[in-house]
Design a protein. Structure first.
Length: 577
């Protein structure tokens, strides 16, 4: 009788023998038909190519598209059906080269402007490729509705709705007995876009409804007395264009639509939830121009920018960005990706959800209801031969382990983690069950960040420092690490918010990040192995010259970008000593 270990080895060996026999059969079939053979274990699959053949058609035909190119790509010569000319060529692997279903697929590709180049592969290898369809965005996940607003209408509304007050007045002056639901919704959406709101909140109350805009992280009332009858019609209209079920009012639903603005489309993510007096709705406005933030627009100091550039250009490693929801982590990682993206690199992301589309990057979305989690997606991504991977969030041990192993095997991995500061990255990974011996060599950079409101450049007021505060600031600057250019921050003035039409009377317009960067150097690895407690790592970070988020915030106050009140709201009372 075989022992359990011997049984496992034997089964593995038998499996390998079966696969080898299957590959030999595929090779013989290819030789017989005069078609090229391909071993799919050595071939990466392009998601852009895969989606050219719908999954249902692919499974029926026993075929999968591997690559698209003008010349047939990098795959071996000998495939059937390639042609010259300027048409794109799709490399297709199949285990049924003579099936009528394959011929139908080839005809569909040809009618779409593609020539097919056919290779014979083993059945199990092709069926393994089918698993990659989980990366192809489902049509149902795409934007399901669209609100067309003409450029002329937007220009007209932009003249009227320049400030939060003007939006409030516009809604207050609506004749709710006569106005159409579409025109009211148009005013709400155009108003949110005009003043730069990130979210629009519609909330049902006992006798009325409330509309609020979130601007720079703070909610502001737009209408506190919105008629319930009109509100219900607005809710139904939003659900309709978001492809949500109109008759479901007692369960949360999620959907999306787009606002067509001529030269661009703004995606709107919709979330509904039941409440005591009706459904509440939150609409997140995702303007594609927001995603255009580059590395140098993040608000990094020169010394932090140097650290970021050095680490994101490394061939491998793990960069973790930490902070609460809404602290700008994804925007920062997107800026990193855009900075290093080029046609020679294969970059794949797995996100929940995909915030913005990045050109030249293969982006995929988790689907927990289908069993497609961050960990499962990351395993699949590794089989796609990527150079750079972005994982939306490290939530569990499996995801953490795979991400760390990926960074140790030649990949550059970006992800996020929920901790309060950069130092908390290591204890958090240990809490998830990751071995400290793995963390040190894999982790290259830990970042923590928050967003603070930016003082309105049009109306901020210069204020002279009193002697007491001036003394505190001088002592604060003197104790900063040598990498900080201290001359840049010596000043007798700071700025305070005022309020004008350009900032809707708030005194702030836009937000800027405050950061802390902790590099994992050799002494850091040694410390993690011996003692990964916060106290030990905090002392080491101090020796390395780390500038904390709060210190970075104070420096941004001295630059005139924000205020002490904003820094304290994000990081707590300022520690001058």
């Amino acid at each position: 009788m075989f022992g359990a270990k011997q049984q496992t080895v034997l089964q593995k060996k038998l499996g390998e023998m079966r696969r080898e026999a299957e590959e030999r059969d595929a090779y013989r079939t290819a030789q017989k038909l005069g078609i090229g053979y391909i071993d799919l274990k050595t071939v990466p699959v392009s998601i852009d190519a895969l989606k050219l053949i719908p999954e249902e058609d692919a499974r029926k035909a026993g075929a999968a598209a591997l690559e698209v190119s003008a010349q047939g790509g990098s795959l071996p010569a000998g495939g059937r059906g390639a042609s010259g000319g300027k048409r794109n060529v799709v490399a297709v692997a199949t285990y049924a080269p003579q099936s009528p279903e394959l011929e139908a697929v080839i005809k569909k590709l040809k009618s779409s402007g593609y020539d097919a180049r056919i290779f014979v592969a083993s059945r199990s290898a092709v069926e393994k490729i089918f698993e990659s369809y989980s990366f192809v965005p489902k049509e149902s996940k795409e934007i399901t509705g669209k609100v067309e607003i003409s450029p002329e209408r937007i220009a007209e509304l932009a003249k009227e709705l320049k400030t939060l007050r003007s939006v409030q007045e516009e809604i207050k002056n609506i004749d709710f007995a006569q106005a159409s639901t579409t025109s009211i919704l148009e005013i709400i959406l155009a108003g949110g876009l005009s003043v730069g709101a990130s979210d629009i909140h519609l909330e049902a109350e006992e006798e009325k409804a409330r509309i609020r805009f979130r601007m720079d992280g703070i909610l502001h009332d737009v209408s506190a007395n919105f008629p319930l009858k009109n509100y219900e019609h607005i809710v139904s209209r939003i659900k309709l264009i978001s492809n949500l079920k109109l008759n479901v009012r007692d369960k949360p639903q999620d959907g999306r639509f787009a606002i067509g603005l001529g030269r661009k489309e703004v995606e709107v993510r919709v979330s509904t939830a039941p409440s005591d007096f009706g459904e509440t709705i939150v609409m997140r406005l995702l303007d594609p121009e927001t995603a255009a933030v580059g590395l140098k627009e993040l608000g990094l100091r020169e010394d932090d920018l140097e650290i970021a550039e050095r680490n994101i250009k490394m061939p491998n490693g793990l960069i973790l960005n930490t902070g609460p929801t809404g602290s700008g982590k994804t925007t920062t990682l997107y800026a990193f990706i855009k900075e290093i993206s080029n046609p020679g690199l294969k970059i794949i992301t797995i996100e929940d959800p995909i915030e913005y589309r990045l050109e030249g990057v293969e982006q995929t979305q988790v689907e927990p209801e289908s069993g497609y989690t961050f960990a499962d997606g990351l395993r699949s991504i590794m089989r796609q031969d990527p150079d750079i991977i972005l994982v939306g969030e490290v939530r569990d041990r499996d995801t953490a382990d795979i991400a760390l192993q990926a960074s140790l095997t030649g990949h550059l991995v970006f992800s996020t983690l929920h901790t309060n500061d950069a130092i908390g990255t290591v204890p958090r990974l240990v809490d998830l069950g990751v071995r400290p011996a793995t963390i040190g060599p894999a982790l290259t950079l830990a970042i923590a960040q928050r967003l603070v409101r930016r003082l309105c450049a049009n109306c901020k007021k210069e204020t002279k420092l009193d002697e007491k505060l001036k003394s505190k600031i001088k002592a604060f600057i003197d104790k900063l690490p040598s990498r900080v250019d201290k001359k840049h921050y010596k000043t007798d003035y700071i700025y305070e918010p005022v309020g004008c039409d350009k900032c809707s009377g708030i005194g702030y317009k836009g937000r800027v990040g405050i950061f802390e960067f902790l590099e994992s150097k050799s002494e850091f690895e040694e410390a993690i192995l011996k003692d990964s407690t916060r106290l030990t790592l905090k002392e080491l970070a101090k020796k390395q010259g780390m500038v904390t988020m709060q210190e970075d915030g104070v420096l941004k106050v001295l630059e005139g970008r924000t205020s002490f009140e904003e820094v304290e709201s994000a990081t707590g009372p300022i520690k001058w000593q």
